[in-house]
Structures are given as structure tokens and as C-alpha cells.
Write a protein that binds this ligand. Structure first.
Ligand code: ZN
Length: 291
């Protein structure tokens, strides 16, 4: 675990995970300790965070947890530190439930499914802790329930998986809303923008690069020049995940377009997964999707 003090009252924890490290952030405000995201189900990152907070006497105020969205690598340790509230967007219930249903399919997760703690305080547009200078707001794109946090004292913006390096994680079919959210981030004055995985950014350059990619992805016109394994991973699963969600919404024709693109692109050595198990898995998803 890597720990970094940020601004006047923030602590950033960078914790190992695969394929990307996980970031948990704490804001030590006058009356509460806010914890943004809680790591991966089964990986216990929050045990290390708890130990650090205990050793540094930071668990003396009531804790408020915020989940940027309901994916299994952002809420896995919601139960580790006792909290007054677990806050997330209004739609997070649905996304948490989808995550639980997905994990249920794997034996490894059977023992922990029951322990997953859902949010107990939700909001639709904004929720501000005025005296603390902390605000949560809806920022859909990566998922329908994605939300962000802004610390107005230190000007820190925490955006979960709205940006992922090197390429965005596309799941939710409303790509126009995704772009709208990214454009809105450019209007926020921030010193640092903290991503849910790996990175801390200080300017808007990567936002523009991501917007360009999403526009090209939407047109199925992505250029693979300079693609690394991480680019290929995000790209192939973007196609499959958006297609699955379109199908779920009853948009069969549009779903098929993305499934077929995935089917042909994984023939390309740049996009094809090297791992045999992943290859089998993605082929099964595609075949299942287009039948
Ligand atoms: Zn996610």
C-alpha cells in the first residue's frame, strides 16, 4: 500500500490489485472522516486502510463512506470500518444488485455475497455537506449510477471510473451522457483529479483524449495505432459490455452491431486476448449475445 497526503486534509491510499491498482481516498473534515470507495470484494484492501487510520488516530470522528458506483472493485470493503452513512447515487441499488447477481455465478464469491453492504443514503443530483466543504454529485457515464465527490477546500475532484487510464471503461450505452459528464469536469476548478484506479491528474488533457476516444468508439472507428495490452483490454470489453447492456435494454439491433464488431476485432492480433481463458470467455459472451 502506498499512502500520500494530499492538500490540507486528504489521504490517498493506492492499493495493489489487477489489472489496475485501486485508490481509496479520505477527507478529514471538521466533523467527519469521509472515505471515498472501499476496494475490491474478497481482496480486503480496507483492512490495511483501517490499520493506517487507527495508527494515526483518524477514526475518532464519525465515518461517512461514499461509493462512486456499484462495481465490485469500489464497494468491496463497505463493512470493514464502522460508518454512520454509506452514500451513493439513487441508481446504485440497481447496480449493486447486478454486481451481486454477477458474483453469485462464481464459487469463489459465495462466502462473501452475504457480507456486501449496500448504501443507506442516496441522492439524485447533489448532496452537500456544507459545513465540511464536501459535495457529492451525479456524473453518469461509466455506469448509470456513477457519482463524484468534490472537496472544495483542497479543490480535489474524485471521479471513480469516469476516467480510466489508458482508455475509458465503457459499459453503459448512453455515450452522449458520458461525454457530457466529461465536458462538465472541465468546468470544475481542481488542483487534482483522482481516478478510481492508478492515477492522479492535474490538468484536462486526458479528459479531451478520452472524449475523442469515446466519439470514435461510438462510430466504431477506433484507430489501434500505439495500442498496448491495457488499451486492447479496455477496448474489447467495452464493445462486449456495451452490447450486453444494449441487449438488456431491448435494443437488439444496436447490440448486435457491437457484438459483431467485437467478434471481428478479436481476430486482430492487437485486440485478441493472450490469455486462453479470457479468449474463451469473451467468445462465449459474443456467441451468446448474437444468437
Ligand atoms: Zn467500475
Amino acid at each position: 500500500m502506498e499512502t500520500n497526503k494530499i492538500g490540507s486534509r486528504g489521504i490517498l491510499f493506492n492499493l495493489p490489485s489487477k489489472p489496475f491498482s485501486v485508490q481509496v481516498y479520505c477527507i478529514n473534515s471538521p466533523n467527519y472522516l469521509f472515505i471515498i470507495d472501499t476496494g475490491v470484494v474478497l481482496e480486503n484492501q480496507m483492512e490495511d486502510v483501517k490499520k493506517y487510520l487507527e495508527e494515526n488516530n483518524l477514526l475518532t470522528k464519525p465515518v461517512i463512506i461514499f461509493n462512486t458506483h456499484g462495481h465490485y472493485d469500489h464497494m468491496g470493503g463497505n463493512e470493514i470500518i464502522e460508518s454512520k452513512f454509506i452514500i451513493a447515487h439513487h441508481f446504485s441499488f440497481e447496480v449493486f444488485q447486478d454486481t451481486v447477481d454477477l458474483l453469485k455465478q462464481y464459487d469463489a464469491y459465495k462466502s462473501v455475497i452475504e457480507k456486501i453492504v449496500f448504501p443507506n443514503l442516496t441522492f439524485k443530483e447533489r448532496l452537500a455537506f456544507v459545513d465540511e466543504g464536501v459535495e457529492f454529485f451525479y456524473s453518469p457515464g461509466h455506469t448509470k449510477d456513477s457519482a463524484s465527490c468534490y472537496d472544495s477546500i483542497d479543490k480535489i475532484l474524485l471521479i471513480g471510473d469516469i476516467l480510466v487510464h489508458p482508455l475509458p471503461s465503457i459499459n453503459w450505452p448512453n455515450l452522449d451522457k458520458f461525454i457530457e459528464t466529461l465536458e462538465s469536469f472541465k468546468k470544475i476548478e481542481f488542483n487534482k483529479m483522482i481516478l478510481g484506479h492508478e492515477k492522479v491528474l492535474e490538468d484536462t488533457k486526458f479528459i479531451d483524449e478520452t472524449i475523442d476516444y469515446i466519439k470514435r468508439f461510438k462510430e466504431l472507428d477506433v484507430d489501434f495505432t500505439g495500442f498496448t495490452d491495457a488499451h486492447a483490454l479496455m477496448y474489447r470489453w467495452g464493445l462486449v459490455n456495451i452490447a450486453k447492456n444494449l441487449k438488456k435494454e431491448g435494443k437488439e439491433k444496436e447490440a448486435k452491431k457491437y457484438f459483431l464488431k467485437a467478434k471481428s476485432d478479436i481476430e486482430n492480433p492487437i485486440i485478441k486476448p493472450e490469455d486462453e481463458r479470457e479468449l474463451k470467455g469473451i467468445i462465449a459472451e459474443i456467441e451468446n449475445g448474437i444468437k
